[in-house]
Design a protein around this ligand. Structure first.
Ligand SMILES: [Zn+2]
Length: 291
């Protein structure tokens, strides 16, 4: 069955503070034509755009930050990107007033709920997927991080255009045991199991982050906080932190600009590490195939 591209039925607006800058930002999601892709747009200057899938994000530690190469930088885009990727949206304009996406409740859920409420228009063009030609892997031995992508496999009716996820997190914390998640990604699974997982942070790291100008907007309304005594907030899932790491990874994989299919096996990944996948796709396109 031919899978078609999709966009939003109408526009949506979000407003809130950025978790790192503490500054207010406004986002507008707008429908866009088939084959136009995911576009970030500066509300203050219509000439400043970023075409997702054509830009390697910056090597930032605590958020996904992207730059148009001309001075326009926008940060903490990952939870919106996860919502777009998790719902399988192909074409959308995300307009931003400010320099950081609003954190809202720290998860993708507020974006997802609004997008589902608006609904989607199926477009005439066929949806495009990407997969590596051969298995591809990334390692950071010092921090024990790894990410493997294996190509989409043949099934009875052609290539299996699904994304299989196998994620392992280990935070070296007595309050968060190491845990794994294994999923075949679908819209329902994303909405129920991944999108609600919130940003989390260790209270003992807060002074360091604040000193470096980060986490200025962090609060118990947008961050699950862990102290030396355990969790401060009530959790949405027992393994909420692991699910949030997977949400962040999905957001970073959405920066490929097309839906990744195949199997992703990953452990202890972070935004800076994840940016290597997009870098591989942009700098070595011969290793990838669009299907
Ligand atoms: Zn996150």
């Amino acid at each position: 069955m031919l899978i078609k591209q999709k966009t939003l039925k109408r526009s949506a607006r979000f407003e809130g503070i950025g978790v790192h800058s503490g500054k207010r930002g406004i986002l507008r999601f707008k429908p866009s034509p088939a084959n136009s892709g995911i576009i970030l747009q500066n509300a203050a200057d219509p000439n400043e755009k970023i075409e997702i899938g054509k830009v390697v994000p910056l090597r930032a530690m605590h958020a996904t930050v992207i730059n148009n190469g001309n001075g326009w930088t926008v940060g903490t885009i990952e939870h919106v990107m996860a919502a777009i990727g998790g719902l399988g949206i192909d074409n959308i304009i995300v307009e931003i007033e400010g320099s950081e996406f609003p954190i809202l409740d720290g998860s993708s859920l507020p974006f997802v709920k609004e997008l589902l409420e608006i609904g989607f228009d199926e477009q005439t063009a066929a949806k495009q997927f990407i997969t590596p030609k051969d298995p591809i892997s990334f390692h950071d031995e010092e921090h024990n991080r790894a990410l493997y992508i294996t190509p989409a496999q043949q099934n009875g009716s052609g290539l299996d255009k699904k994304l299989y996820l196998d994620y392992r997190a280990d935070f070296n914390s007595p309050h968060i045991p190491a845990s794994s998640l294994k999923y075949c990604l679908s819209e329902n699974l994303f909405v129920e199991e991944i999108a609600p997982a919130r940003t989390f942070g260790f209270l003992e790291e807060l002074p360091f982050l604040k000193k470096h100008g980060l986490a200025q907007g962090a609060s118990l309304d947008n961050t699950v906080v862990i102290t030396k005594d355990g969790f401060v907030n009530k959790r949405r899932f027992e393994d909420e932190c692991t699910r949030h790491k997977l949400l962040d990874l999905l957001g970073d994989l959405t920066l490929l600009g097309k839906s990744l299919v195949g199997t992703v096996k990953a452990s202890r990944t972070g935004h800076s590490f994840n940016s290597q996948v997009v870098e591989s796709f942009i700098k070595t396109p011969e290793k990838w195939v669009t299907i």
